[in-house]
Structures are given as C-alpha cells and as structure tokens.
Design a protein. Structure first.
Length: 213
C-alpha cells in the first residue's frame, strides 16, 4: 500500500514538472514575441512623397537621315506639334545632310510629327528625308521625407499596376546611387518604348504612394 502511494506521488510530481516546464516555455515564447513587437515598433517606417510626375507619350528623341538630299546648307529643323523641340543639322561639301543634333527633345501630340527646315531657308536640288525616332518619357520627382535611408533595390515601382521592378533595376536617368538618403529628392526620368501609361506607384517597407500621369 505504501509503495502504491509513493508511486502515485512520483507520477503526480513528474506531471507537475511537465506542466511547469510547458508553462515556462510558453512564457518564454510570449516574451520573445513581445520583444520582437517592441523592436519592430521602435524601427521608423519609410516615408516618401511623389512631388510631381509627367508623361511625354510621344517624345521626339532623334532623327534618322534616310536620304540626305543635295545642295543644303547648315541650318535648323522644326517639328510640328512638338513643344520645346530644337535641332540643327550639318552638310558635307555637296550639300548632303550628314548629321543631325537634337538640342532639345520635343513633347509631341502625335507619333508622326512633320519635320521641316527652319533657318536659313533651303533651296535643295534633291529633297532630304528625315525620319523621327519616338519614345515615351516618364518623369517623376520623389522625396524621401522620412528618417530611413532606403536601398534603391528595396524600393519597387509599378507602371499601371503591372510589371513590378526595383527602382535601381528600372534604370531611370537621374539615379546615381544605390541608396535613397533621408531628405533627398530624386529627379528621375524613364525612357520607354512608345506606349500609353496612366499611373505610377512606388512602394517600400509597407508604404505605397501612387500618382497619375
């Protein structure tokens, strides 16, 4: 009888130890979870703004000389419906157009602008033919107004909610560092194939900011 009581007490003691061990382990997990939550809450979140954005759906980027003509003199070029466009050309000894220099890309209202000659007036024997090279330019000015310096590979962007890509991987003109520093404003430009876009969005660390184009 005494042996049965001793065995019973031993079993109860072991059971209490198991319960105590489980309780300690549970408290340990809860403490670790609480500490993780406190640390996460202490970390500042990214904050950034899109200050401005714009799309040039039909940007006149270059002119291809398909026929140089004859008897031209050095002069300027004009593109219809292309705001801000400016270009000049040079000729060889026979008056054949051999080079075109774009001094200001034009924002055109059509994908097929008409190219004509400006100053001085031209009197060619054979008329030259210049073909416009069109692209789409997307511009955005964005500011990191938070306290966190963001690696550009951790900032994602979307055009029209599709084709996500990192800021560094999208290769914008104007991005010169692997980091987007706190307080820094980036003046960015993307050169894309001619296509229509209506929205641009940036996201990082759970924050997303979108803008219309």
């Amino acid at each position: 009888m005494a042996g049965s009581v001793g065995i019973g007490g031993l079993i109860i003691g072991v059971s209490l130890l198991v319960v105590f061990s489980m309780a300690v382990q549970t408290m340990s997990y809860q403490m670790e979870s609480s500490m993780d939550s406190i640390e996460a809450a202490a970390e500042p979140l990214p904050s950034f703004t899109v200050d401005s954005s714009e799309i040039w759906e039909f940007a006149l980027e270059d002119l291809t000389i398909t026929d140089g003509g004859t008897d031209y003199v050095n002069g300027t070029l004009v593109a219809s419906s292309c705001t801000g466009f400016s270009a000049s050309f040079t000729v060889d000894s026979n008056g054949v157009i051999d080079a075109v220099s774009i001094t200001s890309t034009g924002d055109c209202s059509t994908s097929t602008p008409v190219i004509s000659f400006g100053i001085p007036a031209q009197n060619p024997t054979l008329t030259a033919t210049l073909a416009p090279v069109m692209k789409t330019y997307v511009f955005a000015e964005v500011t990191n107004d938070g306290t966190v310096t963001l690696p550009t590979e951790d900032v994602w962007l979307f055009f029209d909610g599709a084709n996500p890509q990192t800021l560094s991987g999208s290769n914008p003109v104007g991005l010169s560092s692997e980091y987007w520093y706190s307080g820094e404003t980036l003046d960015l430009r993307w050169e894309l194939s001619p296509t229509s876009h209506t929205r641009l969005a940036f996201t990082s660390g759970g924050r997303t900011v979108g803008t219309t184009l």
